[in-house]
Every structure is written in structure tokens, then in C-alpha cells.
Ligand binder design. Structure first.
Ligand code: GRF
Length: 191
């Protein structure tokens, strides 16, 4: 199974997935990273692992369609089977969606708290529990079929920062484990 990771920012999930593959906990090859932000910290992480990188900022392309096509061409050249979004902060267009199976991680128990601020929104809403969701990507926002979820009870004394740390800890284990499940059940999942 040949995987491309897409990330826009810090890249802690990207790193967890790369490390899981290196340690053979995840039986897949992380072939490349696609990043839309030239200044993103995830690029430093990729460099440490000697990972092939495509930096593709939409503003450097004539249109959004051109940007998307450049990414499709790149993934096709590298024979990618599965795209894994790990903090990729752009909407995926129809062409890319139709070209590759894509999964995403979201820091809430979807369908609750979709959008950019899943952790903060749950915290501010005062809910007793939240969590992490991994789902297939469709044309909506954080709306595709759910592959896995893990919940966490929000302790009364926790600050937002503490909740964020707890959520990321779950993410770093749940994402590689879920990708492994997708790999193990590939014939069932890919249709
Ligand atoms: C994670 O919380 C993920 O759920 C969300 O974006 C964040 C990315 O964090 N989609 P990182 O860049 O992997 O550290």
C-alpha cells in the first residue's frame, strides 16, 4: 500500500504515521508528503525522514483546477493508493476526490463540531466528552463515512491547552492504527 500524506501545518500526525511505518507497526509505505504552505513546520519533519515532498501552494497555479491537477499528476506518477489528510487545511475538489481514496482525521466526535476549530468548539460548548474521528473524505466538510472514533472525557479542571494535548495523544495512536485497519481491509474499503 502506497500512501501520500497531505499536511498544512505542524505535522505531528504526519510524523506519527511516518514513525509507525518505519517501525513496521504500520504495514504501508509512506511515499511522499504534499504540503500547500511553504512555511509549514511539517516540511522540517519530512526533511528529517528524507521524505519526498511536493510543496504546492494554490496561488502558484493559474487556477484551483490546475493546482488540483498538478497534485493528481504527482500522485499518479508515484502510484499512490491512498491519500491521508493530516491537518490539511483546504477543501479537496471533485477531481482529486474522484482520483484517489482519501481519509481525514478530525479532532471531535463527528458529526459534532465539524470545521476548523473542533477542539475549541467542544471545549467552549461545555460538553462532558469529545474525541477524535477518522473518516473517508467526501465533498462536504468533515462529513464522509466514519472509519473510527475514540472518545475522551473532559475533566472539569482541564484548560483548553490540556484538552488539546489529550486529543493529540489519542490522534497519534488512533491514526496509524486506523490506517492499518484500512490496509488490512483494503478490498472491502476501496469500493
Ligand atoms: C489535528 O488536530 C487534526 O485532527 C486536525 O488538524 C490537526 C493537525 O495537527 N485535522 P498536526 O499538524 O498533525 O500536528
Amino acid at each position: 500500500m502506497r500512501i501520500a500524506i497531505f499536511a498544512s501545518g505542524n505535522g505531528s500526525n504526519a510524523q506519527a504515521i511516518i514513525e509507525a511505518a518505519e517501525s513496521k507497526q504500520l504495514n504501508a509505505k509512506i511515499v511522499c508528503l504534499v504540503c500547500d504552505k511553504p512555511e509549514a513546520y511539517v516540511l522540517k519533519r519530512a526533511q528529517q525522514f528524507n521524505l519526498t515532498v511536493l510543496v504546492a501552494a494554490p496561488k502558484d497555479y493559474a487556477s484551483r483546477l490546475d493546482w488540483e491537477q498538478a497534485i493528481i499528476d504527482y500522485l499518479t506518477e508515484f502510484k499512490i493508493d491512498l491519500v491521508v489528510l493530516a491537518g490539511f487545511m483546504r477543501i479537496i475538489g471533485e477531481n482529486l476526490l474522484n482520483a484517489f481514496p482519501i481519509i481525514n482525521i478530525h479532532p471531535s466526535l463527528l458529526p459534532d463540531f465539524p470545521g476548523r476549530h473542533g477542539i475549541e468548539d467542544a471545549f467552549k460548548a461545555g460538553v462532558k466528552e469529545t474525541g477524535v474521528t477518522i473518516h473517508w473524505v467526501d465533498s462536504g466538510v468533515d462529513s464522509g463515512p466514519i472509519v473510527s472514533q475514540e472518545n475522551i472525557l473532559i475533566q472539569d479542571e482541564w484548560t483548553l491547552d490540556e484538552l488539546e494535548i489529550a486529543i493529540h495523544k489519542i490522534e497519534h495512536e488512533l491514526y496509524p492504527a486506523t490506517i492499518q485497519r484500512v490496509v488490512d481491509n483494503w478490498s472491502e474499503f476501496k469500493d
